[in-house]
Ligand binder design. Structure first.
Ligand code: FE2
Length: 324
């Protein structure tokens, strides 16, 4: 299976005896986008099996050179779209095609910390695809981290914290601005986040989703999620640290939000800073930074692997697409 690509070794992470992520390099016969799309389509099943097992596949040296090329590769995988417009994502993004959008419009110096996409909401995509349209001149890697590996480490270093995560779940609190805040990694307005135009519609939508909320004096909206799971079991029985705790604790800091107050256990009790430091350290230790080259495409299993964005200098264009 999978002719026309060759597995290559970079300094990957070793997790449970396998290298992470799996990395393929396109051979000469895959140097036009039609050939790539046909190859992905023909190899859909083995690719999805490898993805489920390893968590991420990086395709190096693809001939994709535009958002339209990337859109073709996305479509060739044959999976349903997860629409950003309908999601409760708090990131500001711009669509390039119906399925392809800019990964996050936050400024270069802002780090986006490790997270499972939209794990801070009740609806999340199962897989993500990234495409590097333009590699940054420095920095800007996409950190990838296996959450089954993180959970194993946490069970040793913070067993009581893991037990509470499992039994009580977690809640997230975030203040959404009344208009998009491009200086923030969580700057999507409440109107756009909730797909509504008025405060009354916002309240109806949040109530239906089980959120608590409070209006702020400047018309921004503080919302607290219902209890969400912090640990999930995959179909194959592996348990994963599936949540947005690291990103919220380290990164939900802006004009409206204080990061350390953005997460709690399901019963509303604060999560100890000491425990969160253990979690953040484990994430860093187990992270592989994707060193983007223009044309790279990465497929990520959102249930098994967290991702983020390192700060960068110069221009960087990484596009993304989500699968339901
Ligand atoms: Fe993300």
């Amino acid at each position: 299976m999978i002719p026309a690509v060759q597995e290559v070794a970079l300094a990957q992470q070793l997790n449970h005896g396998t290298s992470f992520p799996l990395i393929y390099r396109a051979e000469a016969e895959l140097q036009d986008i039609d050939a790539v799309a046909a190859w992905v389509q023909a190899n859909q099943q083995p690719l999805l099996e490898q993805l489920a097992e390893r968590g991420a596949i990086l395709f190096r040296g693809s001939p994709a050179r535009s958002d339209l090329d990337f859109d073709r590769v996305v479509q060739s995988l044959g999976l349903a779209n997860f629409s950003y417009a309908e999601s409760l994502s708090n990131a500001v993004r711009k669509n390039r095609t119906e399925r392809v959008f800019t990964a996050n419009e936050a400024p270069p110096e802002v780090e986006i910390y490790l997270h499972h996409e939209m794990a801070q909401t009740p609806v999340y995509p199962s897989k993500l695809m990234f495409y590097c349209e333009l590699a940054p001149s420095s920095g800007g890697a996409t950190p990838l981290c296996r959450s089954d590996a993180v959970l194993s480490v946490l069970e040793e270093r913070a067993p009581e914290f893991v037990r509470r995560c499992e039994q009580e779940g977690v809640r997230y609190t975030n203040v959404m601005p009344a208009s998009a805040d491009l200086a923030s990694g969580q700057g999507r307005s409440w109107q756009s986040t909730l797909s509504v135009a008025t405060k009354a519609e916002a309240e109806t939508r949040l109530s239906a989703l089980g959120y608590g909320f409070e209006w702020m004096a400047d018309d921004s909206l503080q919302a607290t999620t219902p209890v969400l799971p912090a640990i999930r079991s995959l179909d194959d029985g592996r348990r994963v640290f599936f949540n947005q705790l690291i990103a919220a604790f380290r990164g939900w800091q802006d004009a409206r939000n204080q990061a350390s107050k953005s997460v709690s256990f399901g019963d509303g009790q604060a999560i100890e800073e000491r425990d969160m430091r253990i979690v953040c350290d484990a994430g860093e230790e187990l992270t592989f930074d994707v060193p983007w080259q223009t044309g790279d495409i990465a497929l990520v299993d959102n249930f098994l692997v967290m991702h983020g964005r390192r700060p960068f200098q110069g221009k960087r264009r990484v596009l993304a697409s989500l699968f339901a």
